[in-house]
Structures are given as C-alpha cells and as structure tokens.
Design a protein around this ligand. Sequence first.
Ligand SMILES: Cc1cc2nc3c(=O)[nH]c(=O)nc-3n(C[C@H](O)[C@H](O)[C@H](O)COP(=O)(O)OP(=O)(O)OC[C@H]3O[C@@H](n4cnc5c(N)ncnc54)[C@H](O)[C@@H]3O)c2cc1C
Length: 217
Amino acid sequence: MVIDEFNGDNFDHTGLGFIGGGYLAQMQTNGRPIESQPTPEGTPSWGADYKRAVRESYNHSTSIFAHGAVMSHRGNYLDLDPTYTDAYGRPLLRMTFDFTDNEYRMSNYLTDRLVEIARAMNPREMKVNRRKGPYSIVPYQSTHNTGGHIMGDNPRESVTNRYNQSWDLPNLFVTGAGNFPQNPGYNPTGTVAALAYHTAQAIRTQYLRNPGPLVQA
Ligand SMILES: Cc1cc2nc3c(=O)[nH]c(=O)nc-3n(C[C@H](O)[C@H](O)[C@H](O)COP(=O)(O)OP(=O)(O)OC[C@H]3O[C@@H](n4cnc5c(N)ncnc54)[C@H](O)[C@@H]3O)c2cc1C
C-alpha cells in the first residue's frame, strides 16, 4: 500500500523549510524466516524469552516507511579515485555523498506523518526510526543510485542533452539511471525505461534522418 499525498509537490510546503517529498508505504513480504522476527523493545536476543517474543510477535507486527527524494547538491559528486585503481591500473569511481538539511527536514516531516498513521492503527507498541547523519553506505536503504552522466540543457553542467545524447560525441547515446541529476521520491527503473523509449524514438525519427546533435549547445 502506498500513499502519494506527501510526494513531490503534492502538498503545501509553506513554512516547512524543505523542497521535495516522498511516498509512504507499507510492504507485505509475508513471513520471511530470517528478517521477519520483530520482537518488542528490551527482548533478549537469544534464549527462552527471545523464542516466546518471536512466537507472540510473528504475524502480529508490520512496518511502514517513507521513500524520499534526494536533490542535487554541489558537495555530492562522482569523480575518479586518486588512490584506488582496477586490475588495469585505471582509477576507480569515487562517490562523495551526504544528506543535507533539506533531506533531514523532509525525512523528519515524512516520519511525523508515518507516526500519525501508526498511532491510528492503535499498536501495542511502536518503534520510530528517524534518519540520522552522516550518511552510511552500510545499512541497506535501497539501491537507487543515480547520476554520473547527467542530462541537462547545456554542455557545461551536464553530460547529455534531453535525448540522452552525449554533448561531445553526437553518435553516442547513453541511457540509464546515470542520466538523473537527482532522485525523485520514486524508484528509478520506470523512468529509466521511459527515457530509453524517448531516446530510441529520437534516434529513429530524427537522428537517423539527419545524424548530428539533436540539441544545439
Ligand atoms: C537489490 C536491488 C533492488 C532494486 N529494486 C528496485 C525496485 O524495486 N524498483 C526500481 O525501480 N529500482 C530498483 N532497483 C534499482 C534499479 O535496479 C536500477 O536503478 C536500474 O537497474 C538502473 O538501470 P541502469 O540501466 O542505469 O543500470 P544497470 O541496470 O546497472 O545496467 C548497467 C549495465 O552496464 C553493464 N556494464 C557495466 N560496465 C560495463 C562495461 N565496461 N562494458 C559493458 N557493459 C558494462 C552492466 O553489466 C549492466 O548490465 C534495485 C536495485 C538493486 C541492486
């Protein structure tokens, strides 16, 4: 179940101090044997009390979450690593990333909405996980990495034009999540596919008839 009232510009941001938003969701993955063993706060992690708590909580608990946008920031970028190289001696890609106040404010606001929903479900117990910095790549928090060959309206600030055509090499088209300058509050793949169709149509209907830049820099 997903609600979209707090995604993008679907709500009034007056006085909130951030832009963007995200969707709120409850996901049902059935009783996964390893991950689905929620226990109340304070339960020991082994022994008879642990087993009793798992028995009592199994299929009697759920989680709801927010999936939010991340905007472009100058301090977040990809470049060539000055130290680490691959087997051929070529520099590895280095990612420099952290959340900014915009993401923390947005996340707090969305979490407040989740708390309201959870309270309305009248739970015996609930646990609130607020996003705290700095960003860590270690805990799993979706794999929606974007950027690298971003799309834009000029060659100074982007790698491709709106048809995912390289500004430098007109016969090179690159499609994928790397085209996104930022990630909206949605999973990326639907948009990746839509952009691939957009690119293919431009190649068929424009580029093949008249090879060259489809947008003048
Ligand atoms: C565990 C997991 C769960 C996910 N769940 C979702 C989801 O539920 N919904 C959603 O929308 N998105 C989801 N995503 C994100 C989604 O998979 C990616 O955003 C999407 O696949 C990006 O597409 P892409 O074409 O940019 O890159 P990729 O799909 O990564 O394609 C890049 C391709 O380039 C190839 N390649 C790399 N280097 C070279 C080279 N030198 N020469 C030739 N080929 C090369 C790779 O082998 C790969 O096939 C998930 C990702 C992960 C990892």
